[in-house]
Design a protein around this ligand. Structure first.
Ligand code: PRP
Ligand code: URA
Length: 214
């Protein structure tokens, strides 16, 4: 793991993450495996993003004697995927955080302007009391993520983290400019964007690869 504190970015570069990311990028990875990899990578980013969860000491009874242990101290968590591609990350995260509430923000990028267009919002109550993990595998121009973070702040969220599997420097800058308080957890900072706003080297269109739509 390496932290770029000027941009509030944590790059999770664990060998398992790098291995899975290489397979995720591969054009020959099929839809089934692509879905599994997105979910597994989300779980590994979640592991880092929840490192600061508060613990409380508990005593449990093993089959042999009493043992001291730790459990997570009643932290309320919300998970908010940006549709569509963020959906692919939900299962991996909720496997780790089964009591998390799940909300949804539907956004697509306009093909020509690359501006985010919001089409659906359904969020859990009391966002101000929760750690909110925003999920989107791709952070390209940053427009979609910055918009979603702004919306969540308007609805009361104060403790937000963004989990993106692959990030472009342009997207990290855009999110950091508008939301310097929001840390971004990513498996890779890629080289940049092409003229159509795709991340290079990237992995192509994450939504299409997850859902087999192209
Ligand atoms: C993709 C991706 C992000 C967004 C990133 O969604 O899942 O939400 O683009 O680009 P940005 O950082 O430039 O905003 P897309 O618009 O393809 O919608 P989809 O997930 O429904 O296919
Ligand atoms: N959205 C994607 O799915 N892929 C990119 O490279 C950029 C935006």
């Amino acid at each position: 793991m390496s932290a770029d504190t000027t941009h509030n970015v944590v790059v999770v570069d664990h060998p398992l993450v790098l291995h899975k990311l290489a397979h995720l990028r591969d054009v020959d990875t099929d839809t089934k495996r692509f879905r599994e990899l997105v979910s597994e990578l989300a779980m590994l980013l979640c592991y880092e993003a929840t490192k600061d969860l508060e613990l409380e000491e508990v005593t449990v009874t093993t089959p042999l004697e009493e043992a001291k242990g730790f459990t997570i101290k009643g932290k309320k968590i919300a998970v908010v995927p940006i549709l569509r591609a963020g959906l692919g990350m939900v299962g991996g995260i909720t496997d780790m955080l089964p009591t998390a509430r799940v909300g949804f923000v539907g956004i697509y990028r306009d093909h020509d302007s690359l501006e985010p267009i919001q089409y659906y919002v359904k969020l859990p109550q009391k966002l101000e009391e929760r750690m909110v993990l925003v999920l989107d595998p791709m952070l390209a121009t940053g427009g979609s993520a910055a918009h979603a973070l702004g919306l969540l702040k308007e609805r009361g969220a104060r403790n937000l983290k963004l989990l993106s599997l692959v990030a472009a420097p342009e997207g990290l800058n855009a999110v950091h400019q508008r939301h310097p308080d929001v840390p971004v957890y990513t498996a890779s900072i890629d080289r940049g964007l092409n003229e159509l706003g795709y991340i290079l080297p990237g992995l192509g269109d994450a939504g299409d690869r997850l859902f087999g739509t192209r």
